[in-house]
Design a protein around this ligand. Structure first.
Ligand code: NI
Length: 294
């Protein structure tokens, strides 16, 4: 430290311009120099506020016990009459479903699976068929650990711009990839970008049996606002019967999950999969859960 201060003094002598800085400017310049001790010469004041992204950031490992989701495995049998579209489900009880889109990802998904397993949380993964073909082992692990798989199309195109034959192909190819990789068949779908016309929703419901699953909580995590913002957005917007949207494609989203999941559990929410949530739908409010066409 002393040596660094000495160097600052030297540089002031060599760079008389710096001596003309106000006292405040001098402090800023000194701080910049101290923060970048390896710099050969003081940084210009304009560079003082630049902080490079920390690519080495990893979520700290859990210290001690974490809250755990309730034991039990509620039925996931829902009727085809339950509805064509859901953005939330009217249920009695503090049940919610958390969903992760756009995987499987070779690093982020396994990291997320560890976090979910520690807390006995079962989630729903809306996977892209093309990525399933690339990382079938990640999908197999996801299924083996009790999570639900949903269809998120094969190539993640905006389906509302496609004709019926292409929509069918996107659904079928993704369903086939999931079957090949993990031997299961999805029961629900989520359209990429949430874009699917009412007529198309009825088509995939009729032909594939998939209700279209949208969401009630969107933290906009794909914009990468930072893990703490993702967590606080989800915690402040989640209510019973809610469907939370997140993306296991993004490392920041996974970084946000320990605080998010623990916060939701501490608020008394019980995690179930999307199919389980739909199966819990209370009869009297059947119409309320159907979202109007976009
Ligand atoms: Ni997506």
């Amino acid at each position: 430290m002393d040596n660094t201060l000495h160097k600052i003094g030297d540089s002031l002598i060599r760079n008389p311009g710096l001596g003309q800085l106000s006292r405040r400017g001098f402090i800023a310049a000194s701080a910049a120099t101290l923060a970048s001790c390896k710099a050969a010469s003081p940084l210009p004041p304009s560079a003082a506020v630049k902080t490079p992204p920390n690519k080495e950031y990893r979520t700290p490992s859990v210290q001690g016990p974490v809250p755990r989701n309730q034991a039990g495995n509620p039925s996931s049998n829902f009727s085809k009459d339950a509805g064509v579209t859901f953005s939330r489900v009217q249920v009695s009880g503090n049940f919610i479903a958390i969903t992760f889109d756009d995987g499987p990802h070779p690093q982020n998904t396994p990291r997320l699976l560890d976090m979910l397993a520690q807390r006995n949380i079962k989630a729903t993964f809306y996977v892209i068929g093309r990525s399933v073909d690339l990382h079938p082992g990640v999908l197999r692990r996801t299924v083996a650990e009790g999570h639900e798989i949903g269809n998120h199309s094969h190539t993640h195109r905006l389906l509302s711009k496609l004709g019926d034959a292409e929509v069918r192909q996107e659904m079928q190819r993704c369903q086939d990839a999931i079957g090949r990789a993990a031997g299961v068949r999805p029961r629900t779908m989520r359209p990429p970008y949430g874009g699917l016309l009412q007529r198309q929703r009825e088509l995939v419901h009729e032909e594939f049996g998939y209700p279209t699953i949208l969401w009630s909580v969107d933290p906009l995590d794909w914009r990468r606002p930072g893990p703490s913002v993702v967590a606080s957005r989800i915690l402040s917007a989640t209510t019973a019967g809610g469907i939370v949207l997140a993306h296991d494609l993004h490392s920041q989203t996974v970084d946000a999950m320990p605080a998010t999941l623990d916060g939701l559990l501490k608020r008394g929410f019980k995690f179930v999969t999307v199919s389980q949530l739909i199966a819990m739908k209370t009869e009297t409010t059947a119409q309320a859960s159907v979202t109007p066409a976009q």
